[in-house]
Ligand binder design. Structure first.
Ligand code: PLP
Length: 382
């Protein structure tokens, strides 16, 4: 096993930024109060929460009152979907895509057993959404359109601005799961009038267990958890250390966004181009679509990804597969199969996801190590 770690699994989770970790530790030590308490320790926690809320709002082009702190992306997605259905009990239809995150798809499959009708929009072979299909799918019964902003497996961006315009022209609420988009692509909710947006702290170098649901001013979304906190939109004592750390992470993400797109994008391009040049038959899923700058979904042809990931891990390189482990074994990714890939191609896909901490040396190491591992497995298979 190698000691030096090359961490390229940032779509799974990110390292906490030192500034964020430091703010969290300070909060745990000093401003540990309950923001609802009226004494000075409670007050200091409240002040911290207010400051962090403003930082998160600034990252999204939102107002602080539009930010609801949750436990993460999964909870935010659940609240948006269940809340929108509760707002319009006579509407029992939802529109989403085939390539959403399991936190959305799992809930929708459950809701289907309760009688909710769900339209799953297809994508093309590049992972792109067909806006015409969205237009056709919306009916008078549609309570909500929920579409992800960026895909966690391929990084492909959906045209959220156009999709919102279609939903709103038909008078339907719009939610976006922006967990993989925030901090990677500019988001200005002043300009893009989504009703609800989810994101998660641990994907932007904040801690796990803290996330955000943006609820546009004027929209009354029922809570999942009842209580007076978050203006009665999310009960439970605020996770103040998580909120403080998320505020710092949001500030850093906003400041680093332009650099992220150029510097990380250049590293990503080099990684892709060099690997494709050195591994015959390798190709990038989603290469024909607009993508966030950090994600490489690389299909290695017919060589299974799992043993390759194991070898990479032994060499100190952390990446992940285009597959999901389920109780019944390894299933090909629903995202790649929706893009028309065969099960074999999906199981032969590796995802590298970079971050602002990724270095040239990290990328060089993968370029140096991966082609040899692939050649070895190819030789074994021959
Ligand atoms: N949505 C997307 C697109 C994600 O990638 C993830 C996490 O992998 C989630 C939602 C869930 O976020 P969390 O882990 O904060 O619940």
């Amino acid at each position: 096993m190698s000691d030096a770690i090359v961490y390229l699994d940032n779509n799974a989770t990110t390292v906490v930024a030192p500034e964020s970790a430091e703010a969290m530790a300070r909060c745990l030590r000093e401003t540990y109060g309950n923001p609802s308490s009226k004494h000075r320790i409670g007050e200091s926690a409240k002040v911290e929460t207010i400051a962090a809320r403003a930082k998160v709002a600034a990252l999204l082009g939102a107002a602080p009152q539009e930010i609801v702190f949750t436990s993460g992306g999964t909870e935010s997605n659940h609240q948006a979907i269940l809340g929108a259905l509760a707002l319009a009990p006579e509407r029992w239809h939802m529109v989403t895509s085939q390539v959403e995150h399991p936190s959305t798809l799992g809930l929708l499959r459950h809701l289907e057993t309760q009688g909710v009708r769900v339209s799953y929009l297809p994508v093309d072979r590049h992972g792109r959404l067909d806006l015409g299909a969205l237009e056709c799918a919306i009916t008078e019964d549609t309570a909500l359109v929920s579409l992800m902003w960026a895909n966690n497996e391929t990084g492909v961006l959906f045209p959220i601005e156009d999709a919102v315009a279609i939903a709103q022209a038909k008078g339907v609420l719009f939610h976006t799961d922006a967990v993989q988009a925030v901090g990677k692509t500019p988001i200005d909710l002043n300009k893009i009038p989504v009703d609800f947006l989810s994101f998660s702290g641990h994907k932007i170098h904040g801690p796990k267990g803290i996330g955000v649901l943006f609820v546009r001013k004027g929209r009354k979304l029922p809570p999942l958890l009842f209580g007076h906190q978050e203006r009665a939109r999310r009960g439970s004592t605020e996770n103040v250390p998580g909120i403080v750390a998320l505020g710092v992470a949001a500030e850093l993400a906003g400041a680093g966004l332009a650099g992220f797109e150029t510097r990380v994008g250049a590293l990503r391009d080099r990684l892709e181009n060099e690997l494709m040049a050195r591994i015959p038959g390798a190709y990038v899923n989603g290469a024909g679509a607009e993508r966030v700058a950090n994600t490489v979904s690389l299909c290695l042809g017919t060589i299974e990804a799992e043993p390759i990931l194991d070898k990479l891990n032994r060499a100190g390189i952390c990446a992940s597969a285009g597959a999901a482990c389920t109780a019944s074994g390894t299933e090909p990714s629903h995202v790649l199969t929706a893009m028309g890939r065969s099960a074999e191609a999906a199981l032969a896909t590796i995802r590298f996801s970079l971050s602002r901490y990724t270095t040239e040396e990290d990328v060089d190491r993968v370029i140096e190590v991966l082609p040899g591992i692939v050649r070895m497995f190819e030789a074994e298979a021959a």
